[in-house]
Design a protein around this ligand. Structure first.
Ligand SMILES: OC[C@@H]1[C@@H](O)[C@H](O)[C@@H](O)c2nc(CNc3ccccc3)cn21
Length: 452
């Protein structure tokens, strides 16, 4: 970069986490179990048998964690609420102690000058609702709107940026199609139904917010640019399918009121005819979209379930610990595609980060301070924040960047084996140690990006 990048006035710099990945104490103070509490306690589902029973013990350490956020100079903090802490049975009775936890967290963030961005759903469905069909039951649109309304009434005004869902694609692809994530179903018939009900619930919650709230609400999606492995017609068709399945399946109904036609091609007889009214519910005006970006896919035609696509590893590529190629140009390309396809809706980068092997925090520097050197993460972040700046330079209305993640945490069914945090967590002592990347990011924020 030949000159210091300039980010827009008011560009929001922060970091993100999710309830089940950091809180621990999943059943404390009257909370009900979630599908992840059950999934983690089902033998064979979690690497090393790891669970979210303790995680980063944020449920008890939240005040110190807010202090850490302030010391790092973050301007915003994206977190999620555990639905079953608020409504232990998923609907009906409100658990005031659960609500009080998040109310205190929000007040502490505000007292420290940190803007809260609240995600209603980051994958931890109340088990009681899963027992009633969960995302396969059309009633969940009302259940989700009820849950959102409890939080809107309690927190709106202190919380001014709301998100309905985090990544409906992962919820469906992982939880209902391939079964790698809770609730562990593997059905090409269930996946479209779960996906559609997630979006109906999104629409119902946004409608409820327009009646109860006075600020902003959006949707967070994980999208990934698909590049053809060759110039063959088969690979071009594979790119079309993969792009529709991951990148358009949720943004199209939310913003355009229709699905891409490729989904019927992909799911065939498993793709229902949806009632037109559903799309009027789903397509609610949004104040922003959150984009989670990690990597790209070089895509080819291949036999696979159910997309008939494959990803081609790049021999000269750099890969993270989760096997994702480091490809910052993909973020710029994707943001330009978003603007071209959906117009000038404001965008936040609501997740971006990488898992690399970080040396243990027991290492100390010359002054005897604990130190975690993570140069690969700094390089990844520098290049991706640079890619965001390039998209801004080309006219995309990007309002902020939330680094994934504030701290090392439970990486879902991969347990604690992958570390995404800019802060190291010692899971035995619960000691937090800012990594070099945290110090680097603090400077980026203090200079509003100019030190990139
Ligand atoms: O995997 C890192 C994070 C995860 O910890 C967050 O909870 C989640 O929001 C998240 N989404 C992605 C995007 N991609 C993805 C692809 C396949 C499976 C899971 C996530 C990465 N991440």
């Amino acid at each position: 970069m030949n000159q210091a990048p300039v980010f827009p006035e008011g560009f929001l710099w922060g970091a993100a986490t999710a309830a089940h990945q950091i809180e621990g104490s999943p059943l404390a103070d009257g909370a009900g179990p979630s599908i992840w509490t059950r999934f983690a306690h089902t033998p064979g589902m979690m690497l090393n048998g790891d669970t979210g029973d303790v995680a980063c013990d944020h449920y008890n350490r939240w005040k110190d964690d807010v202090k850490l956020i302030r010391e790092l100079g973050l301007q915003a903090y994206r977190f999620s609420v555990s639905w079953s802490r608020i409504l232990p049975e998923g609907t009906g009775r409100v658990n005031q102690k659960g609500l009080d936890f998040y109310s205190r967290l929000v007040d502490e963030l505000l007292a420290n000058g940190i803007e809260p961005l609240l995600t209603l759903y980051h994958w931890d469905l109340p088990a009681a609702l899963d027992d009633r069909g969960g995302w396969l039951n059309r009633d969940i649109a009302d259940w989700f709107a009820e849950y959102g309304s409890v939080l809107f009434r309690a927190l709106d005004g202190r919380v001014k940026k709301w998100v309905t869902h985090n990544e409906p694609w992962v919820v469906t692809d992982g939880g209902y199609l391939h079964g790698a994530l809770a609730p562990g179903h593997r059905s090409r018939y269930e996946a479209p139904i779960a996906s559609h009900n997630l979006m109906r619930a999104h629409g119902a919650a946004v409608k409820a917010y327009r009646e109860l709230g006075k600020h902003e609400i959006g949707l967070v999606v994980n999208i990934e640019p698909k590049y053809p492995a060759s110039d063959s017609a088969e690979d071009a068709a594979a790119v079309r399918r993969a792009h529709a399945y991951m990148n358009e399946q949720y943004l199209h109904p939310a913003l355009l009121g229709r699905y891409p036609p490729e989904l019927k091609e992909i799911f065939g007889d498993a793709w229902p005819e949806w009632p037109e009214d559903d799309f009027r519910l789903i397509r609610q005006p949004l104040d922003f979209v959150g984009i989670n970006y990690y990597t790209r896919s070089v895509t080819k035609a291949a036999e696979s379930y159910p997309l008939n696509t494959g990803v081609v590893k790049q021999p000269l590529g750099t890969y993270t610990e989760t096997g994702w190629e480091v490809f910052p140009q993909g973020l710029t390309d994707l943001l330009l595609w978003f603007k071209q396809t959906y117009g000038d809706l404001p965008v936040y980068i609501t997740e971006n980060g990488a898992a690399f092997f970080d040396p243990p925090a027991a290492m100390v520097d010359e002054a005897g301070n604990r130190r975690v050197r993570d140069p690969l993460r700094i390089d990844y972040l520098r290049k991706h924040i640079g890619a965001v700046h390039e998209a801004i330079r080309q006219g995309v209305d990007i309002r902020g960047y939330m680094l994934w993640s504030l701290m090392d945490n439970l990486e879902w069914s991969l347990g604690y084996s992958k570390r995404f945090g800019m802060v190291h967590v010692n899971y035995v002592t619960q000691e937090r140690t800012p990594k070099d990347s945290a110090r680097w990011y603090s400077k980026v924020i203090a200079t509003h990006g100019r030190s990139l």
